[in-house]
Write a protein that binds this ligand. Structure first.
Ligand code: ASP
Ligand code: MG
Length: 455
């Protein structure tokens, strides 16, 4: 058995659905389970519609209707789906009307609302698969055992999901049926619909794979795999053949468009390999994510950056070596609900980074009782994922590049997971640093290697 997950762009319309049906057909002997995202940008449209209903009282699902009805018409599914989809549209419209009347949009309502995207996409895709003689059945996540806590918008799956999912998916497959399951959503114990966070359908897929001990999870996207750098920044970026789970998690976390960071956990636990593939270019080999490490770990796997980061410098105003200084600092962050990304410390000071959009005034007030605090916005984290056993080599080159470009590195940190080295530069310098690092580590090194081969 394998799990094949298709993201929004892979099911964005009739053409794309036909295309993925071919991909599925090619591997039908491997007993696939499909996990789908909402079609195209449906999730964003739904969130927009909710905000509009709330703020202006205006209810419109035109964009969403158009997208889905067009796909249904193009795939000639009108006769089978008209009624079911109309019912979903009706419910959706009513929900939005409710929001516009009550002028209230809770997390619970928002989750219920966005769930319509995935629920429609599995119904349309399964119906199409049946027209090409694949016995497919659409399933809402809760019908195959996805049960979560009640953290709307960011729900965590409960442990009993594992057993339930494995039992129900196996039953469906044993009937010779291909399950087409909604990604991203679940229900809590009280039967409320929840979502697993944006991009959460990756997690739905890896969880099914882990629970059912699948051979592999394929995550089909619109790029050729995990790239050595963001192709929008670096034109010479290329797909990476293989990365370890740890590396993929770091990459996702530090801004690469890979997999949802949480999605790696079920695979790490069970050792199930993930294959990242391009549904627009199925013959490309893609990237394999597995436990590793492989024998010939390269010096660098990939470079990534995250912008709009805030750097906070905190210097103790009390005596040297004061016991509990760091504990107090971290407790203050926890109390204010602010999560920290990178940390560097010395005896009397600590520097750390956070995502920008936070109000830090209450935190700063608290810290200023025992420390001098300086907040610097407009920073970027540049992360190099590579063989940290050779960190001196990596750092030497990276700092050389920064020095030549006259860029000051403002903080560095070597991740405990031993796969990344991150450093902070100014936001506007980040693109340049990433480009130069890529040129040096990938493009220039390859040229030398090729030159040597010729000799
Ligand atoms: N449709 C959801 C989103 O756009 C979930 C997903 O695609 O993974 O975030
Ligand atoms: Mg999406």
């Amino acid at each position: 058995m394998i799990v094949m997950k298709f993201g929004g762009s892979s099911v964005a319309g009739a053409e794309r659905i036909r295309n993925i049906a071919e991909i599925v057909k090619d591997q039908i002997d491997r007993k696939p389970v499909l996990v789908l995202s909402a079609m195209g940008d449906t999730t964003d449209y739904l969130l927009e519609a909710a905000e509009r209903a709330l703020k202006t009282g205006f209810v419109s699902i035109e964009k969403i209707e158009d997208l889905h009805l067009k796909a249904i018409a193009d795939l000639e599914l009108g006769a089978v789906l008209q009624k079911e989809i109309k019912t979903l549209f009706w419910e959706l419209g009513s929900l939005l009307t409710g929001i516009s009347l009550t002028k209230e949009l809770t997390g619970r309502t928002r989750d219920c609302l966005v769930s319509f995207g995935e629920r429609m996409s599995v119904r349309i895709s399964a119906a199409y698969l049946r027209t090409i003689k694949i016995k497919a059945r659409a399933a809402d996540a809760w019908d195959v055992g996805f049960i979560s806590d009640s953290e709307f918008g960011q729900a965590e799956l409960r442990n009993e999901s594992w057993v339930r999912i494995s039992a129900s998916i196996r039953t469906i497959i044993a009937e010779g049926i291909l399950p087409v399951v909604t990604g991203f959503i679940a229900k809590d114990e009280n039967g409320n619909i929840t979502t697993l966070g944006r991009g959460g359908s990756d997690l739905s897929a890896t969880l099914i794979a882990a629970a059912c001990k699948a051979e592999e999870v394929q995550v089909w996207k619109d790029v050729d795999g995990i790239m050595s750098a963001d192709p929008r920044l670096v034109s010479a970026a290329r797909p990476v053949e293989m990365v370890t789970y740890d590396e993929a998690a770091e990459l996702a976390y530090f801004g690469a468009q890979v997999l949802h960071p949480r999605a790696m956990q079920p695979c790490m636990k069970t050792g199930i390999p993930v294959l990242v593939k391009n549904s627009f270019n199925p013959s490309a080999p893609g990237t394999r994510i597995e436990a590793g490490p492989d024998k010939n770990t390269p010096l660098i796997r990939a470079i990534t950056s995250r912008k709009n980061v805030t750097l906070v410098d905190i210097v103790s105003t009390r005596m040297l070596g004061q016991i509990g200084f760091l504990a107090r600092v971290f407790a203050a962050f926890a109390k204010n609900g602010i999560s920290i990304d990178m940390v560097a410390t010395s005896e009397v000071s600590v520097s750390l980074t956070l995502d920008a959009e936070r109000d830090l005034s209450s935190l700063c007030r608290e810290l200023s009782e025992y420390a001098a605090v300086e907040v610097k916005t407009g920073k970027a984290i540049v992360t190099v994922i590579g063989d940290v056993r050779r960190s001196s080599e990596i750092l030497h080159e990276a700092f050389g590049i920064c020095r030549r470009s006259n860029i000051q590195v403002q903080m560095i940190s070597q991740g405990a997971s031993k796969v990344n080295i991150s450093f902070i530069v100014n936001d506007k310098e980040a693109d340049n640093v990433v480009e130069e690092l890529h040129r040096f580590f990938f493009e220039a090194c390859e040229k030398t290697a090729k030159g040597k081969e010729k000799k």
